[in-house]
Design a protein around this ligand. Structure first.
Ligand code: HEM
Length: 128
């Protein structure tokens, strides 16, 4: 929310305007990213240079204060799901990545999978 009349990127923004950052578009801008629609996790390796352009937690003094926690938990949750379960697709067709409406980017066609706990997971649960 702008506290005063101002200019952002050359545009006049009147006082009391709610300005939303289109992070979706910025993260897919071919002027900024090499092959923006390709899955290339190596682009985020330290030293590569593209990681600094990623802004899922916003930027500046109102950026997400939970980003440190979130990044650790997301890695932990994903790693646990991969290490503790075997995953299997239900169908053979190519996964449809079409995005639906809404700010959380739901898939139009949900991905259906089967999962089975690996033996190590039973050991972990029994030990706990
Ligand atoms: C993957 C998980 C998360 C994502 C992607 C995320 C993303 C964001 C984004 C984009 C903003 C707005 C930043 C801006 O206005 O520029 C935000 C704000 C905020 N987030 Fe998160 N967040 C996550 C997890 C968390 C967690 C775990 C916490 C707390 C434990 C948290 C607490 C907050 C708070 C309090 C704000 C408001 C900050 C302010 O307005 O000054 N978030 N988050």
């Amino acid at each position: 929310m702008s506290s005063d009349d101002c200019k952002v990127g050359g545009y006049d923004v009147p006082r009391d305007t709610i300005l939303l950052v289109n992070a979706w578009a910025i993260h897919r801008d071919p002027k900024l990213w090499d092959e923006p629609n390709s899955f290339k996790p190596e682009r985020f390796e330290i030293g590569d240079g593209e990681a600094r352009k990623l802004m899922p937690f916003g930027l500046g003094r109102r950026s997400c204060p939970g980003s440190g926690l979130a990044q650790r938990v997301v890695g932990l949750a994903l790693g646990s799901l991969i290490q503790c379960f075997e995953w299997e697709r239900v169908g053979e067709e190519k996964v449809d990545m079409t995005e639906g409406r809404g700010s959380t980017m739901p898939k139009v066609d949900p991905l259906v999978v089967l999962c089975k706990a690996r033996p190590i997971t039973n050991n972990v649960l029994v030990a706990a």
